[in-house]
Design a protein around this ligand. Structure first.
Ligand code: ADP
Length: 490
């Protein structure tokens, strides 16, 4: 219930390229589905606009959500052509999700293109400019447009600098959340701006970045407020190498940037009610976890399950520290531990993991792909959750692991540093951390975790401590409320 009256009545439209559980690439999708729900509990009228990429509406329908067509379509003019999108309303609990539907434009089942050009940028133009049509289509006008990453950067950019949308722009306040500054939305050919009627924004103080168009840079400059997904990451991106070239822009706009830790959807990620788990468990009875572990070992074909079972559920990109795991795998196995990795992404990393797992069959298993159900089993069945990221804006996987009683071993960076306390360094700790990005440093943290695993009483205490932590939206959702009210001068 709304405790703070000033927040109630604020209307927010979240615009995002992906949303769990309908269409998900990574943690952004989880945040976009759970933050608005938490905000509604605070009395904020939060709604969501997403593109209906192939499969989204079908998934919503098979999952049994009510879908209705909004009577008015959305029309957007891009490159001297008018594009029309139907608008569907999905009733997702109490949160209305609006899905923009134009099968010819939203045609990429992977959501994000390999490279941005005039054709592959089109879906994100339609989504972002279409957001300005929401008020007309729904007879509902948001006070705040809350944008998520480069894919929706054109919303604040157009609202500030577009000859037409610039007139609409001042009616809205814009909040831009950086989920990962590594993906900036760079378009090499600046002629893309001609078709948008924004050629004059190709300047250093707006969108220009080393001769290309940089959407994230533009959004940081144009938005009223900028947030990122953990306090440590907010500090890190003001410096090299974390800022990935945008550190100067971040420092210049520092006055409007804040780091707010992501929350977890604790009703979905809940081992005692998880319908994707074959056995459920909670603090009062952990026997289900042992059963999940046995099943995971069996499914993974791991022969001897005595040593700690180390799991990873991850996108496979250099960001996630996969190279460290590949280098350290032999040693981990030699020390009597087992490895289970579920992931997909860069083909070279997929290949090297497949090769390694084939050589070490029975001790190391790699499942290539994106598999929601198996991910749940891995979180539940593992003893240790490994996340040796090179950088990590927030990271949800370590939070899920903690909730499922799987002790995290993480590199001390970004949101991992904000959420995992080392059990050897801190009396209240419930994980193991390391600083240097090297196999040696990671192995020393793994070694400490393995030693703790042998001490059954200590291990139980660590598991319980982790499971008792509150990583829900309880404290972070109100922080967004404060950002909104500041942007609105309330
Ligand atoms: P990122 O957003 O960088 O991928 P996060 O830790 O914030 O990292 O979020 C990752 C989310 O995606 C988690 O919910 C995780 O369980 C899920 N995930 C990642 N890879 C897979 C996979 N191969 N199969 C199922 N879920 C996955």
């Amino acid at each position: 219930m709304p405790e703070e009256g000033w927040k109630s009545g604020i209307k927010v439209l979240h615009v995002a390229p992906e949303i769990a559980p309908f269409m998900k690439v990574g943690g952004l999708a989880d945040v976009v589905s759970s933050l608005p729900r938490a905000q509604r509990e605070l009395g904020i009228d939060a709604r969501i606009l997403v593109p209906a990429f192939p499969g989204l509406l079908e998934k919503a329908e098979t999952d049994g959500y009510r879908i209705t067509r909004v009577r008015r379509d959305i029309h957007v003019s891009i490159n001297w052509r008018v594009y029309t999108a139907k608008l569907w309303k999905i009733r997702y609990g109490h949160v209305p999700i609006y899905a923009m539907d134009n099968r010819d434009i939203f045609d990429n089942p992977d959501i994000y293109p390999e490279e941005l050009d005039s054709r592959t940028f089109l879906p994100f133009c339609l989504l972002s400019l279409g957001a300005y049509g929401i008020a007309g289509a729904l007879a509902w006008t948001p006070h705040i447009m809350h944008l998520h990453d480069w894919a929706t950067a054109l919303v604040p950019i157009a609202g500030k600098w577009h000859p037409f949308y610039g007139k609409e722009g001042p009616s809205y306040r814009t909040v831009f959340t950086i989920h990962n500054i590594a993906h900036q939305g760079i378009i090499k050919d600046n002629r893309i701006l001609d078709g948008l009627g924004m050629s004059d924004s190709f300047r250093t103080e707006r969108l220009e970045f080393y001769g290309s168009v940089n959407l994230m840079k533009g959004a940081i400059v144009a938005s009223d407020a900028v947030t990122t997904v953990s306090p440590t990451y907010a500090e890190e991106i003001a410096e090299e190498p974390f800022g990935m070239g945008l550190e100067g822009v971040i420092r210049k706009e520092e006055h409007k940037i804040s780091g707010i830790l992501n929350g977890l959807d604790t009703s979905y990620w809940n081992p005692s009610e998880d319908c994707l788990l074959p056995y459920r468990y909670g603090l009062e009875d952990m026997s289900g976890k042992a059963k999940c572990r046995a099943l995971l070992l069996k499914e993974a074909g791991i022969e001897n399950g005595e040593g700690p079972l180390m799991v990873m559920v991850t996108r496979l990109y250099p960001q996630k520290g996969i190279e460290l795991v590949v280098e350290a795998a032999e040693y981990i196995i030699e020390k009597g531990m087992n490895l289970f990795i579920l992931g997909s992404g860069a083909s070279d990393l997929e290949h090297v993991l497949s090769k390694k797992a084939a050589l070490r069959r029975g001790k190391m298993t790699f499942v290539r792909g994106y598999d929601e159900k198996l991910a749940h089993l891995a979180y539940a069945g593992g003893d240790i959750f490994l996340m040796p990221s090179l950088f990590e804006p927030c990271g949800l996987s370590q939070l899920i692991a903690l909730r499922y009683g799987t002790v995290p071993v993480v590199r001390d960076t970004g949101g991992l540093a904000d959420t995992v306390k080392d059990a050897d360094a801190d009396r209240g700790g419930y994980g193991f951390t390391f600083s240097e990005f090297s196999p040696h440093s990671m192995l020393s943290a793994i070694g400490r975790a393995a030693a703790a695993f042998k001490d059954r009483e200590r291990w139980k205490r660590l598991v319980v401590r982790g499971m008792e932590k509150d990583f829900s939206w309880n404290s972070s959702a109100p922080e967004y409320g404060s950002i909104y009210s500041r942007a609105l001068n309330i």
